[in-house]
Design a protein around this ligand. Structure first.
Ligand SMILES: Cc1cc2nc3c(=O)[nH]c(=O)nc-3n(C[C@H](O)[C@H](O)[C@H](O)COP(=O)(O)OP(=O)(O)OC[C@H]3O[C@@H](n4cnc5c(N)ncnc54)[C@H](O)[C@@H]3O)c2cc1C
Length: 392
């Protein structure tokens, strides 16, 4: 048996929050110091061997689609590895999907951003449904009676997976379905039709028929969906299970084979007269759903910055324990340059994270910030000596 030498010990048993001075300072500066204990607890958990293993397991055991049960009935369910559920439990129980909607103290968005930044370093894929649930509520509030019904479930810190009627659930997760084959950025090209049942209009029932080319986290309890109503492209709330317990006509065709984000399921779906309720003004669907999109874009910034931060942690740890040519790598002048470069660039990308919630009304600034940190994140993955294959 060979014993490996000159290899670093695993980077475990450290507190990701305590080790991150700029983050601690930013949280305090942005008024979120009341959340320090919660973020620190997440930081401790994120550094444990157990949580790090969940990240690896969730990515090496991707979700499985089951379109039918063994008797031939359609079920349209996706099965996740238990590690995914552990990750989700931690995220939901710490309010990463809802903290600013549960908490009236100032700085709640900053507190959530810091928590999301720390916990995403363990695994990035499960941040998708967490982020979409956080993001859906501002859009849903355009239809107050729907918000009143769903808000208690969306802000609950009980993770309660499984397709059941909303009334029987302790918590609910939300996704979004906008993108179609012929239109991604340009959702005005959407062809999914919404036929009114009765009078239609805002708050009115509709049946949706068409497809969506990209619908992530399809085991969410409900989705905000764009479809063409008689008065133009509109936003709808579409539950997976109806109040009477029957499944909505939401059929998962297949799961995407993606480059990253592998722990998370992204699906192609068909809607075959699926029951949905209109949110907000008819014909103003983009205006309505953009509030959700914008909040998820904030999390794209935070998630990318978090990935970069973890890459720096891995790189500095690795080079502090690995020798080459008679010295630790971290003492070799050219390596010092590389480490300093990635640390400075990562710091620049991370700076927006705690204050990015302030940008939530500034779509252009958010998009620019997202573009900058996503590009930098990809560049870092190419250039870091030891990119951890956890976050996606
Ligand atoms: C991991 C993942 C998960 C996703 N999950 C969901 C989901 O849950 N729900 C959902 O609805 N969608 C989802 N999407 C789809 C995503 O929203 C679309 O990919 C996105 O809107 C872009 O659309 P597209 O891929 O069709 O690209 P296109 O719209 O075809 O764009 C192609 C390229 O052209 C650029 N471009 C577009 N318009 C312009 C312009 N006017 N000027 C200059 N450049 C332009 C784009 O930036 C892009 O680089 C997901 C995508 C990914 C990768």
């Amino acid at each position: 048996m060979t014993t490996a030498t000159n290899q670093p010990p695993p980077l475990v048993d450290y507190n990701l929050f305590a080790a991150d001075l700029p983050l601690r300072e930013a949280l305090e500066r942005e008024g979120g110091s009341w959340a320090q204990d919660m973020v620190s607890e997440l930081g401790r958990l994120a550094g444990t061997e157990e949580a790090i293993a969940w990240g690896f397991q969730a990515n090496s055991n991707p979700p499985q689609l089951h379109t039918h049960d063994r008797f031939g009935n359609r079920i349209d369910e996706v099965e996740f590895h238990p590690a995914w559920h552990r990750l989700m439990e931690v995220a939901i129980s710490h309010g990463l999907h809802a903290l600013p909607w549960r908490e009236t103290r100032p700085g709640a968005h900053a507190a959530r951003a810091a928590a999301f930044y720390v916990w995403s370093q363990v695994e990035g894929g499960h941040g998708c449904p967490v982020s979409m649930t956080y993001a859906a509520l501002p859009a849903l509030r355009n239809q107050p009676e729907l918000a009143a019904r769903w808000e208690p479930l969306m802000t609950s810190i009980d993770y309660d997976p499984g397709l059941r009627p909303p009334a029987t659930k302790r918590g609910a997760l939300f996704g979004m379905a906008m993108t179609e084959k012929q239109g991604g950025s340009d959702v005005r090209a959407n062809t999914t039709r919404a036929t009114p049942v009765g009078a239609g209009g805002p708050g009115g029932e509709h049946l949706l028929t068409g497809h969506k080319w990209f619908c992530s986290a399809p085991m969410c309890d409900a989705f905000l969906v764009l479809a063409q109503a008689p008065g133009g492209l509109s936003c709808f709330l579409l539950p997976r299970v109806l109040d009477d317990g029957t499944r909505n006509q939401f059929h998962i065709q297949r799961l995407k084979d993606k480059l990253g984000n592998r722990s998370n399921a992204s699906s192609e779906i068909e809607l075959d007269g699926a029951w949905a309720v209109m949110i907000g003004e008819e014909g103003r669907g983009v205006r309505t759903i953009i509030e959700m999109v914008n909040h998820t874009r904030l999390d794209c910034v935070i998630g990318s910055a978090s990935l970069m931060r973890q890459a720096v942690a891995q790189a500095t740890h690795h080079t502090a324990h690995r020798s080459a040519f008679g010295r630790l790598l971290s003492e070799q002048p050219l390596m010092v340059n590389v480490l300093a470069d990635i640390a400075v660039n990562t710091g620049r990308a991370s700076v927006p994270s705690p204050w990015s919630p302030r940008l939530s009304n500034a779509t252009a600034a958010t998009a620019m910030s997202k573009s900058r940190s996503c590009r930098a994140s990809i560049a870092r993955r190419r250039s870091t000596p030891s990119g951890k294959a956890l976050a996606t």
